[in-house]
Design a protein around this ligand. Structure first.
Ligand SMILES: [Zn+2]
Length: 488
């Protein structure tokens, strides 16, 4: 194991990473105790520090980052992860990087790639984080894991807890999609739902107005009940380590560093993790270039984008964020904002906010043009490219990777309600009504191939019907000649 310390990103204090527990000075919080009280949950983030000289000396980096060398899961990069134990694994990572010519035309770009994190075991990038956290929980001897989540992280942690034989308790907003709730339940996790959005859950748990909040609840969960506490994005520094493998895989798939990486950003941990991955490859001499990052948030629920614009190093709280379809990232506060803001600035990146109409448009476009169904949060990346092309902030020929963080199957009900593309049956055909079936197929053909002229054989319409063409006209003068001329 080459991870050596946990280092506070504010004061630089270092903490040990023992094999069978956490540094006792951390007092079950996994945040720097010197800094955390300065500003609740905003200061005190820890970062895993490795001995990169030792890695360069002992790890065959050329092989590790060679596309021809199969890695199968993100644990192919175990030497670059802070884990001693055998990983808790469900096949996370090694997700596809799609090329996409048709959506390129729509966005007026020529080199766009889609890193599809929906291909992870529970359908989101959170599996990379949960795999690391559940493994670390086993290392420290915990009996359970817990987290606060908008839904994806909770469903994912529930799965990995189940795989590891750990109990799981999650806290989510009651507005989380039914699909996410179902995942949590099927994996036998216990769920406490709280009215509101993610921050409302955070505040209830961490910012008790009677001032008995923080330590009492954390102690109750972690010490009294022996849950491995703080598997939350932003609070648990091991999560980001899972995220950084996305960067390794992007490089391995492209065999070069893209110009831009576009990331939907809620807490900021995924963006910070992806940047760490690119930085590590650069610092280890695997690559010579670094990408620029694009942070995408929801308009009106965009504390990092606002902080970036105003040159602040912590998120700028938004009091009334919209009820956005991109429920995974809409935020009042972003608990890993500082790491994300540093990454954005170091990469010379951009922060942009998009609205629901743009998100829905690109979610439908991506599904219809490329066969990739993503949850609304992921579609924000394409909406951002659309915006940034309009202002020429990115060039047509730039090489761009969009990180599609989750599958559309995570929010089908939400999509059905808000999208224009609701699937309705053309008709409800009665049992044995062959003529109606043929008529309906002709209707579809007319809709999908308007110029198609194919006569429908009279036998297919039943004994009393006169022959018709597929577009509804008489077949007397029609021929099959048009069949090769249909337009798309
Ligand atoms: Zn500190």
């Amino acid at each position: 194991m080459f991870a050596k310390k946990l280092k506070c990103i504010y004061c630089g204090e270092e903490y040990d990473i023992p094999r069978n527990g956490e540094d006792p000075r951390l007092n079950n919080k996994l945040m720097c105790p010197k800094c955390v009280d300065l500003h609740k949950w905003i200061y005190g983030s820890l970062d895993v520090v490795y001995d990169y000289d030792e890695i360069a000396e002992h790890v065959d980096l050329k092989k590790l980052f060679d596309f021809n060398f199969s890695i199968d899961t993100m644990w192919g990069f175990k030497d670059l992860l802070p884990i001693w134990h055998q990983p808790v694994c469900l096949g996370e990572g090694d997700t596809p990087l799609y090329t996409c010519q048709r959506i390129c035309q729509e966005l007026d770009v020529s080199n766009l790639y889609l890193k599809y994190e929906g291909a992870n075991p529970t359908g989101s990038f959170k599996d990379r984080e949960s795999s690391v956290c559940a493994t670390r929980a086993l290392e420290v001897g915990a009996t359970g894991v817990t987290c606060i989540s908008s839904g994806n992280a909770a469903g994912s942690l529930a799965a990995y807890a189940s795989r590891a034989g750990l109990k799981c308790l999650v806290f989510t907003p009651s507005s989380a999609s039914p699909e996410k709730m179902t995942q949590i339940g099927i994996f036998d996790a216990e769920l406490i739902a709280v009215d509101g959005i993610l921050e409302d859950v955070w505040e209830l748990i961490n910012r008790d107005p009677n001032n008995v909040g923080d330590d009492q609840i954390l102690k109750l969960v972690s010490m009294t009940y022996r849950y491995y506490n703080d598997c939350n994005a932003a609070l648990n520094p091991y999560r980001v380590e899972g995220d950084k493998t996305e960067a390794y895989e992007i490089y391995r798939s492209l065999m070069e560093i893209p110009d831009w990486v576009v990331i939907p950003t809620g807490n900021g941990s995924n963006l910070a993790g992806i940047w760490k991955g690119f930085k590590e490859m650069h610092d280890l001499g695997v690559t010579t270039k670094l990408p620029k990052l694009i942070c995408v948030q929801v308009k009106g629920g965009d504390p990092i984008a606002k902080a970036f614009e105003q040159k602040k190093d912590v998120s700028i709280r938004v009091e009334n964020p919209p009820d956005s379809i991109a429920e995974g990232i809409v935020a009042k506060d972003c608990y890993d904002a500082t790491k994300a803001l540093r990454a954005l600035r170091e990469s010379n990146g951009i922060a942009v906010a998009v609205d629901d109409l743009e998100v829905i448009e690109y979610m439908e476009l991506l599904a219809g043009k490329e066969g990739v169904f993503v949850e609304p949060t992921s579609a924000t990346t394409l909406a951002a490219i659309g915006k940034l092309r309009e202002t020429y902030a990115i060039d047509k020929s730039d090489k761009i990777v969009c990180v599609l963080t989750g599958s559309g199957l995570k929010a089908t009900k939400e999509v059905m309600v808000k999208c224009k593309k609701e699937v309705k049956p053309i008709d409800k055909v009665k049992k044995g009504d062959y003529a109606s079936l043929v008529k309906d197929i002709a209707k579809v053909a007319k809709k999908q191939f308007p110029s198609l002229q194919i006569p429908v054989p009279s036998g297919m319409l039943g004994p009393d019907a006169s022959p018709k063409t597929a577009n509804g006209g008489s077949s007397k003068n029609s021929t099959t000649e048009g069949s090769g001329n249909h337009s798309k």
